[in-house]
Design a protein around this ligand. Structure first.
Ligand code: C2E
Ligand code: CA
Ligand code: CA
Length: 780
């Protein structure tokens, strides 16, 4: 199991949504801490202030202590007298309030202090003086306040002028007031605009105010009386240094680095315009979003249909963004970046988890059938050291593919996997290859493997109804056990065993080194068959057929036999399929036909008039050379062609129907009779066989043998007999193994019975002895 699949497995167990929510939340916090969220928020704000740019009201003006003023006055700090002069001039010109962002805390001569104090008290305008907070020590100790001398405080007000850069190093917010020990100190802008706000609370400075629209004057122009009093009247003035050499400059979001005095002016403008919207904390909004996300998760997990899971976060996102977007536009100052980032992270995480789940599903599920595939089987195998596996090869899968539509193929594979699963401990069946179904051997039957395999293979034989078609999957099982560390070898060896079994027409085969011997055997069969025919190793056995109307054996089936000098008796099931697919089945069939014709002729000479069936592989109908030779052999023999029956398996009816019909018609014309062998195991039903050039149908042994136990099979047999008669077909039942079965067939009106109960296949001499005119004793 790969690390990745382990991770995704865990995630699935934990609940992908809770993981997504948690992850998105943590990611948002991390992004906030990394300054990315504030940066986005700032960009957002900048954009807004750019779009909504407006001019200042003009209520607040700045008196700049600029370099021009410094040059004119000579030194800095200025004397108390100079400041007193400024107050007097401004007051005389009708200023509303005069605020100083100038430090008066340093000592000066008493006389000078008195002059300034007098100016403050005499001024018509209200004077505000600056206080500064200063850190006592560098190691983060307490703060001390730099205050102007007591003498100024009698008539002047004190306003705090400290500003605080944010995480991005920019001054974007402004306080209403600060608290030092027990002293509450309003800020300069708050005093100037007579605004009240909570101590410690801040508001965002309205960045949309155009800085250049704030009226400003050079201090020296005021002192020289060069400013028109109209410009001063009724305005609130903030006096502060702007000259570069005096420092006191701060970075701001929109206007870049500006003197602090302008920050006060912008803050005062913000306050007087009533735009000091308290920053709605992004964290609070994030929590609301989180709550909504959890709600959404609950809704999603409680609903059965998880298909549209991705649509929901999208909808939630739209809903949240649109509702908050409205607020943002109207109020313009809500910090929504963290919430948006959260939703985006949530969406992306969910997408990643969902994609990984889908790929995992796709990786382990067979597309056609929805059954778990070889990878899924490997994942399970990896949990154990060793595994015992069975691979079932569907030998006739190519046929299935050519006959059934894709959905029908899926259906038949699914129904087969259900059947197989039912066999033992409800195993999981895997589709490990195009024509392979595989499973692990469960503990329950590990000690009864062979019995189990036989049951599985026969069980699979009964046909499956797919729409109007009846199909039978021919399964051959391969078994193998071994360490899972070499999984692919294990699986492919088991598959090889299954394939060998299919080739050899075995029900099952355990993988072992003698698999190679089986390959040897196959090669031997192909190499040796011609010689075997020449050397007389091939002979024909005849199995009697009992005519139920007269109670006499008047027919037989010719069954080929191979007595191999070294390998012993090789059953036809072992070599016929090999010759059919890779060798020369025509040659063997003609050989069997010749022997049969000879024997039938001999028998009739000695008074035993028997008709005899010969098995003809369906594929041979497409071989004109074989067809004409077979017909020629029958015609050249001195027996009535009526005494020869060709048994052709039902599959023949399915190939090129018209062509098959034409060939069969030709055979019938000269008198050869035709029988449809193994009826019921293939696709054809009787309706389909209407007008088919055949004389009889042979109901497959599997139905006859199970008739006693299975109601379904009994009904199948009786209804087939009835129907076939209506269509003028004679009916042969093969595999009759006991008297009860024979009695049932009589009852159903079956024409002919064949099976061990009547007689086993025997050679021609024994056949004549047993079934010759004088020897007939079968009266059952
Ligand atoms: P088939 O044509 O269905 O032949 C019937 C098979 O069932 C024969 O097996 C027969 O021995 C067996 N059988 C008959 N009665 C009973 C019964 O009551 N119980 C049981 N359990 N079995 C019974 P066999 O001889 O082993 O032949 C197997 C198959 O090999 C045949 O199935 C046929 O498909 C093929 N085959 C045999 N001889 C030839 C041949 O000359 N040419 C071709 N092309 N195929 C042949
Ligand atoms: Ca047959
Ligand atoms: Ca048969």
């Amino acid at each position: 199991m790969t690390i990745w699949s382990q991770i995704t497995d865990r995630i699935e167990k934990f609940g992908s949504h809770s993981v997504a929510i948690l992850f998105a939340f943590l990611a948002t916090i991390a992004l906030t801490m990394a300054g990315i969220v504030p940066a986005i928020e700032q960009t957002n704000r900048d954009l807004r202030s750019f779009v909504f740019e407006r001019d200042a009201s003009g209520q607040v003006a700045v008196v700049e202590i600029d370099s021009q003023s410094l040059k004119a006055m000579g030194s800095w700090p200025w004397s108390r007298e100079a400041h007193a002069d400024l107050i007097t001039k401004l007051s005389e010109n009708g200023a509303g309030q005069i605020a100083f962002d100038v430090d008066f805390s340093s000592a000066a001569e008493k006389a000078s202090d008195v002059i300034l104090a007098d100016a403050i008290s005499n001024a018509q305008a209200q004077v505000i003086l600056a206080t500064f907070l200063q850190q006592i020590s560098n190691d983060g100790g307490g703060y001390s306040e730099n205050l102007p001398p007591e003498i100024f405080q009698t008539h002047g007000l004190l306003g705090s002028v400290n500003v605080h850069p944010d995480a991005l190093g920019q001054v974007s917010q402004y306080n209403y007031g600060t608290q030092i020990t027990d002293q509450i100190r309003p800020t300069l802008a708050a005093l100037l605009t007579r605004s009240s706000g909570q101590v410690g609370k801040s508001f965002l400075i309205d960045q949309s105010i155009n800085l250049t629209s704030i009226p400003s004057f050079s201090a020296i122009d005021i002192l020289n009386g060069d400013v028109d009093p109209i410009q001063i009247r009724g305005r609130n003035l903030i006096i502060g240094p702007t000259a570069a050499e005096l420092g006191d400059r701060y970075a701001t979001p929109k206007n870049g680095i500006i003197p602090r005095v302008y920050i006060h002016a912008l803050a005062a403008e913000t306050l007087s315009a009533g735009r000091d919207i308290p920053t709605i904390d992004g964290k609070a909004l994030l929590l609301v979003t989180l709550a909504l996300a959890i709600l959404w998760w609950n809704i999603v997990t409680s609903s059965k249909d998880n298909q549209n899971r991705l649509v929901l976060p999208l909808l939630a996102m739209l809903l949240i963004v649109s509702s908050w977007g409205f607020f943002v536009y109207s109020l313009m100052e809500i910090e929504i970046a963290s919430s948006i980032i959260f939703i985006v992270c949530l969406f992306l995480t969910d997408l990643v988890i969902e994609t990984s789940r889908t790929t995992k599903r796709e990786r382990t599920i067979d597309q056609l059938t929805g059954l778990p595939n070889a990878t899924a089987m490997m994942d399970v195998a990896a949990k154990n050291m060793t595994a015992e596996i069975v691979v079932a090869e569907i030998a006739n899968f190519a046929e299935i593919e050519s006959i059934l539509a894709t959905e029908e193929q899926a259906e038949i594979l699914q129904s087969m996997s259900k059947r197989l699963a039912l066999l033992a401990a409800d195993e999981q069946i895997y589709r490990t290859g195009r024509n392979q179904l595989s499973w692990f051997v469960a503990d329950g039957y590990a000690n009864r493997l062979e019995e189990y395999f036989d049951t599985a293979a026969t069980f699979a034989l009964s046909p499956t109804q797919i729409g109007s078609k009846k199909m039978r999957l021919k399964l051959s099982l391969g078994y193998h056990e071994g360490p899972t560390s070499n999984w692919f070898q294990l699986l492919s060896d088991a598959a090889m065993a299954a394939h060998k079994a299919a080739e050899m027409n075995y029900r099952w085969l355990k993988y072992s080194n003698d698999i190679n011997q089986i390959i040897d055997e196959k090669l031997a069969i192909l190499n040796e068959i011609d010689q075997a025919i020449e050397n007389g190793q091939i002979w024909v056995a005849y199995q009697p057929k009992l005519d139920l109307s007269c109670g006499e054996v008047n027919a037989a089936e010719a069954l080929v036999r191979w007595d191999h000098p070294q390998r012993g008796k090789i059953p036809p099931d072992r070599f016929i399929p090999i010759l059919e697919t890779e060798g020369d089945i025509a040659n063997l069939t003609l050989h069997v036909l010749k022997i049969t014709l000879t024997n039938v002729q001999q028998w009739s000479k000695s008074g035993l008039n028997i008709s005899c069936s010969v098995n003809v592989s369906a594929a041979l109908l497409g071989d004109p050379k074989f067809v004409s030779s077979a017909i020629a052999h029958v015609q050249q023999s001195r027996i009535d062609p009526n005494q020869i029956v060709f048994e052709i398996t039902e599959t023949a009816a399915l190939g090129d129907l018209d062509k098959a019909k034409a060939v069969l018609e030709g055979m019938r014309k000269i008198g050869i009779k035709l029988s449809i062998d193994d009826y019921g195991t293939g696709q054809a039903n009787l309706a389909y066989m209407q007008g088919f050039p055949a004389d009889e149908i042979k109901i497959d042994q599997s139905f006859i043998k199970s008739m006693a136990r299975s109601d379904v099979d009994r009904v199948m047999v009786s209804s087939t007999i009835e129907m076939a008669h209506k269509m003028n077909f004679k009916v042969v039942a093969e595999g009759v193994e006991d008297a009860d079965c024979l009695a049932l067939l009589r009852q159903f009106g079956c024409d002919t019975a064949q099976g061990w109960h009547i007689g086993r296949p025997v050679d021609a001499i024994i056949f004549e002895e047993r079934w010759g005119t004088h020897a007939q004793t079968m009266t059952a």
